[in-house]
Design a binder for this molecule. Structure first.
Ligand SMILES: [Zn+2]
Length: 394
């Protein structure tokens, strides 16, 4: 039993039709909340045969209860979100709702609360030993604040699931690792003063880049000082520079902290092909990340929950999440992408640059190297100064 990896199905999201209404209502397609994105993402593991693997247990998401949402969110925010979902009419923008990124549409509350229920169940399942690991492609809504929607995020599934885990397992330590290209601001804020939840976020950091937070000096406060770690990276950071950060900083802190439960927000948007960001990661780095995360979890308490996070090039996001799923469950991917999936992608009018699971190695241009390498060195040095003493590291 404990060898199972739980995979949370996107079928319940695909069964709703609110995002089809949204597409009819708006002139531009929402980069996150659109049907092709969900369909392409879910169809890849299915058509690759992964959902038939005996090491993978497909689970259905459920709507989180109001009591669960209230573990983090403000009651009036929840009421407003429910009301919007029922009426479709906006009467207040004070919660960050009805914006281009967080639009209001039919059943928005269901779309938002299904992943929360799924991620809570994933976390409890892992904590109780029912699954050795769990992954939900829909999850990692790290920009959602206590009473504010932002950056495609309405409800912070991760914060709620960690709070629920902490309720059931007082005194246990959680590591939240966020490799989404955007700073995990909402999740960091929720645990900023709490040493029992260590947050580490690697993200692009440049002038005006959303959400504009995540500087290296944000290290937590009070008892939580030293337990918020930020690794701001310049645009064009490539695989080699990224991995240097992971090895020099993330692995030592992780090993010194010795977490009980590990949460990983993958985020497919740090890939070179993502239209909303400027890092240069390839599939190889995601594969290396998932193998390393798996290894570190295996050396520790063996409790891992993975959430998909962002990723706005649907083909890339689907491939990354499926690669991570295969790594977690230790199952083989088919050598080529399934033909029926390629046809589905074409049906939606999406482009496919390569037919396999890898892409060409890419390094930044030589002319950019000195500047980027210096910025990466600087981030590593500052984190070592500010954070390493908390963990007895040098
Ligand atoms: Zn993101």
């Amino acid at each position: 039993m404990a060898e199972l990896t739980a995979l949370y199905s996107l079928e319940s999201l695909l069964a709703l039709d609110g995002i089809d209404e949204l597409e009819r209502m708006k002139a531009e397609v929402n980069p996150f909340w659109n049907r092709p994105r969900f369909d392409i993402a879910w169809s890849l593991p299915v058509m690759s045969g992964l959902t038939e693997e005996r090491k993978i247990s497909v689970q259905q998401m459920r709507e989180a209860s109001r009591d669960e949402l209230l573990l983090f969110h403000d009651p009036s925010y929840i009421e407003t979100l429910e009301l919007f979902g029922n009426t479709g009419s906006a009467f207040s923008s004070r919660f960050g709702l009805d914006t281009p990124e967080c639009p209001v549409f039919q059943d928005v509350h269901k779309y938002a609360s299904l992943p929360v229920g799924g991620v809570i169940d994933a976390t409890i399942g892992v904590a109780e030993g029912k699954f050795k690991s769990a992954i939900s492609f829909a999850g990692g809504f790290h920009h959602a604040m206590e009473s504010q929607a932002a950056g495609f995020c309405y409800l912070n599934d991760t914060v709620i699931a960690i709070k629920k885990y902490k309720q059931l397992n007082p005194g246990k330590k959680v590591l939240y690792l966020d490799t989404d290209v955007h700073h995990g601001d909402g999740t960091q804020a929720a645990f900023y003063g709490n040493p029992d939840v260590l947050t580490i976020s690697l993200h692009e950091f440049s002038m005006g880049f959303f959400p504009r937070t995540g500087g290296v000096e944000e290290i937590g406060n009070g008892e939580g000082k030293g337990y918020s770690v930020n690794l701001p990276l310049p645009p064009l950071t490539d695989d080699v520079e990224y991995w240097r950060v992971f090895e020099d900083v993330v692995i030592p802190i992780w090993q010194a902290y010795k977490p009980d439960l590990v949460f990983w927000d993958v985020g497919a948007d740090a890939h070179i092909g993502d239209p909303l960001a400027d890092l240069m990661l390839t599939y190889d780095t995601y594969h290396r990340l998932s193998m390393t995360v798996r290894q570190l979890v295996h050396l520790g308490r063996r409790q891992l929950v993975v959430v998909g996070g962002g990723g706005y090039e649907p083909v890339t996001a689907a491939k990354i999440w499926t690669i991570v799923l295969a790594d977690l469950a230790d199952v083989a991917l088919p050598p080529a992408l399934p033909i029926e999936w390629v046809q589905l992608v074409q049906k939606y009018g999406c482009t496919m640059r390569r037919s396999g699971w890898t892409d060409r190695p890419r390094r930044m241009e030589d002319e950019h190297y000195p500047k980027i390498s210096r910025a990466v060195d600087d981030a590593i040095k500052k984190v070592k100064e500010l954070i390493f003493p908390t963990f007895g590291l040098e």
